[in-house]
Design a protein around this ligand. Structure first.
Ligand code: FAD
Length: 296
């Protein structure tokens, strides 16, 4: 099933993101965790991709397993930043062979090593080129792309960032998923600007449940996302008690999702980080809201 058909359906959707193992030794435990998450029947699951190709094989293995064993539609991520055209084309061939129809097309982060190299020599500078490549290989791919309610860190300003998002949509991106947001007002404001700029595809807000205090610093560093004071207070108050912090983080993410649904945002993506208990708790919290029509 194509993700765009799920997003355009008027029913609410809830999707989960998982990541593949870095090494073969971690494969079984990640497979088990992702299978548990799939058994909670999210609308779809996305599987991230290690830029540089470190975990590329496992992205497809995990995505295919979820799709074939649980019938949950999957979205396989693919990055292009340090890859040759040949490598990307091979990945696309493998996706088609695995019957993966949904691809999240990303540039990938610039590592300090990459920053030192000559960008002009790269086969791909930006995600938009990967989107064009995917479309050229198979016009039937359903393609997602990333967007940043608080501006991509390398962008000089939001106007320019949004113009590049629009380029991705014009190149063939069917939908967008946001970087994690902890304050829904930032998302609503961003939506207004996207629509004003003529970006009219579905946009899925990305929600990251923070379930331990140590995650906070890492999440801010990785995403640059703004942490509202009410969230910081929660971490200050509950952070030292792991079990309590976990429940508080789940409650915060649930409240954020309810607010999004209540304001007409029908699709929400949860960065579930291979944590079945967190995915289950959020899905259970929302089950009465999602209703019996939720399972497709
Ligand atoms: P791009 O769209 O190429 O944008 C990167 C920067 O370049 C932006 O500042 C943009 O404004 C600018 N830009 C774009 N086009 C042009 C142009 N033509 N001229 C000048 N400037 C331009 N990383 C992974 O490694 N693996 C993953 O699986 C993964 N999944 C992700 C999922 C989501 C939902 C999100 C939000 C991010 C994900 N990332 C992942 C991280 C992502 O790779 C980084 O954020 C990366 O820095 C940017 O990727 P992008 O696809 O948004 O890049």
């Amino acid at each position: 099933m194509k993700i765009i058909d799920i997003l355009k359906d008027h029913r609410m959707s809830l999707s989960f993101e998982v990541f593949p193992p870095k090494k073969e030794s971690g494969f079984e435990s990640v497979k088990e965790a992702t299978e548990k998450i799939a058994s909670y029947r999210p609308s779809f699951m996305s599987v991230t991709y290690g830029a540089g190709g470190g975990t590329s094989r496992y992205t497809l293995d995990i995505a295919r397993n979820i799709k074939e064993v649980f019938g949950v539609p999957t979205l396989a991520h693919l990055t292009c930043v340090s890859s040759s055209r040949e490598t990307v084309r091979e990945q696309i061939r493998l996706m088609r062979e695995a019957d993966i129809k949904n691809v999240m097309a990303l540039r990938g982060d610039l590592t300090p090593e990459l920053e030192k190299t000559d960008r002009a020599k790269w086969d791909y500078q930006y995600a938009v080129q990967l989107i064009r490549e995917l479309k050229e290989c198979d016009s039937d791919f359903c393609i997602g792309a990333a967007c940043y309610p608080e501006i991509h860190p390398e962008s000089p300003n939001q106007k320019e960032d949004i113009l590049h998002i629009r380029e991705k949509v014009e190149a063939g991106a069917d939908f967008l998923t946001t970087q994690m947001v902890f304050d829904n007002d930032l998302f609503f404001n961003f939506m207004y600007k996207l629509r004003e700029a003529g970006v009219n595809v579905p946009v899925i807000p990305g929600i990251m449940p923070i379930t331990n205090a140590n995650q906070v610093e890492r999440a801010i560093k990785l995403s640059g996302s703004f942490m509202p004071q009410r969230f910081k207070s929660l971490v200050d108050y509950f952070g030292k008690e792991p079990d309590t912090m976990k429940q508080a983080g789940i409650a915060y993410a649930t409240a954020q999702i309810i607010d999004l649904y209540a304001n007409g945002i029908t699709n929400v993506h949860v960065y579930s980080m291979n944590k079945p208990d967190v995915a289950k708790a959020i899905k259970d919290n929302l089950s009465a809201i999602l209703g019996k029509d939720f399972d497709r």
